[in-house]
Design a protein around this ligand. Structure first.
Ligand code: NAP
Ligand code: F7E
Length: 364
């Protein structure tokens, strides 16, 4: 198959959520592999293609781009059916979602519509149109909830990481919607023989991460504080621990899952867990600064060692009704069957984010 610009291509992919963090990196990866990439974009009153403007074919400076955008929404099944018939993709990556855990407590029904039923709509569009598409579902470590904390509190010496066989115990409207999506993906695989797989991805971050997720919120604020543009950063639960990886490596894992002979489900994680507090500490260390802490609970404050200036405060509005305290993934299966392994350390990840935000501030 050859595109209009004589670029040799083998496959066509359709990505929901192409305007998001993961969708933008995945689109780049697939273009690099010669794919034609179609993406679903929601109608918005303001521009929402900032993360993909550099590869989008309506950009006159990028005439040979193989990215095509279509208006659509995971709440609209007739739209998904039409897109399936029109594009006939070899591979579908369902990354579209209301992806913010705390926001899911405010909009639980909408989150279920998009994240749970939206996945069903997509799978059903494959079944109804009969298009031979492989399907990737963006499942999440949030499915585990506090499984690990409970396990460890029953036996303090038992430190376990989470893998494909660990029971799920979701603890937010987001995670519960994603649990439905996880199982409906498996059900369509078993009932209709679809090539459908779940990537159970632990948190992954990048300079394109949404600014209200904790890593990016910290990297932006620390860069602003250290350049004199902000005084204090307010956060919620500083002791929550996450297994944070680097997004470009994780989208590569998604693609690998779609190239197997048989569909399967995989955990992608780094196998290391760090607290929000450690992320703050490491971000200030990028500038050669140390933080010390005083007080406890919502009265806790973080100060710069060099100037004694208060830079971190707690705001109770950022605490969740039910939070996931501790996530640590075991990516052994992905290593063995996908030959996938993350290479970016926690320290490097923090540096990538803070450096990028510092550059943004300097160029603004
Ligand atoms: P993100 O940056 O929030 O992107 C979400 C994407 O979904 C955006 O393109 C958004 O469009 C789109 N979207 C939202 N509602 C939609 C709807 N009703 N119909 C169609 N598209 C819709 O999320 P991400 O970090 O890239 O994550 C990608 C996927 O992986 C999500 O499903 C997320 O739940 C899941 N996940 C993420 C992580 C992680 O650490 N990043 C880990 C595990 C799983 P707009 O740009 O218009 O808002
Ligand atoms: O929170 C704590 C917060 O919003 C991480 C999504 O991509 O990854 C993401 O979900 C932790 C939580 O990510 C603030 O309570 C403290 O314990 O960055 P986050 P998340 O909830 O882990 C999973 C894998 C997904 O699937 C999701 O789509 O940080 N935290 N203070 C805070 N979090 C935020 N956002 N803001 C704070 O001020």
């Amino acid at each position: 198959m050859t595109s209009k610009n004589n670029i040799s291509t083998s496959k066509t992919a359709l990505i929901s959520g192409i305007t998001g963090q993961d969708g933008s990196y995945l689109a780049e990866l697939l273009l690099g592999k010669g794919y034609i990439v179609h993406g679903i974009v929601r109608r918005s009153s303001s521009f929402n293609t900032g993360r993909i403007d550099h590869i989008y074919n309506n950009n006159p400076e990028l005439k040979d781009s193989r990215v095509f955008l279509h208006y659509g929404d995971l709440t609209d099944s007739s739209n998904l059916n039409r897109l399936m018939e029109k594009i006939q993709p070899d591979e579908i990556y369902n990354l579209g979602a209301q992806s913010h855990v705390q926001v899911s407590f405010e909009v639980p029904e909408y989150t279920a519509e998009v994240d749970a039923v939206g996945t069903l709509r997509f799978l059903d569009a494959i079944r109804e149109t009969g298009v031979k598409s492989r399907f990737y579902q963006a499942s999440t470590s949030e499915l585990y909830g506090n499984t690990l904390v409970r396990q460890n509190s029953h036996n303090a010496s038992l430190i376990k990481s989470l893998n494909e066989d660990t029971p799920f115990r979701p603890s937010s409207p987001y995670a519960i919607a994603k649990l439905y999506a996880y199982w409906i993906t498996i059900n369509y695989r078993e009932a209709y023989g679809l090539y459908a797989c779940n990537g159970i991805l632990f948190n992954h971050e990048s300079p394109r991460r949404g600014e209200t997720f904790v890593t990016r919120k910290i990297s932006i604020a620390v860069a602003r504080i250290m350049t004199g543009k902000q005084d204090v950063l307010h956060l919620g639960n500083l002791d929550a621990r996450r297994d944070w990886g680097y997004t470009p490596e994780f989208v590569d894992g998604m693609w690998r899952m779609m190239q197997l002979d048989e569909p399967d489900d995989f955990v992608l994680a780094t196998g290391e867990s760090h607290s929000v507090r450690e992320f703050i500490t490491e971000s200030f260390r990028f500038f050669g600064e140390e933080i010390y802490w005083e007080g406890s609970g919502i009265a806790e404050k973080g100060y710069l060692q060099s100037t004694k200036k208060m830079v971190i405060g707690i705001d109770k509005s950022y605490f969740r009704l039910t939070d996931v305290e501790f996530l640590l993934g075991d990516p052994s299966k992905a290593k063995e069957k996908l030959n996938w392994q993350p290479n970016t350390s926690f320290k490097e990840l923090v540096k990538i984010l803070v450096e990028a935000d510092l550059a943004l501030i300097k160029n603004s």
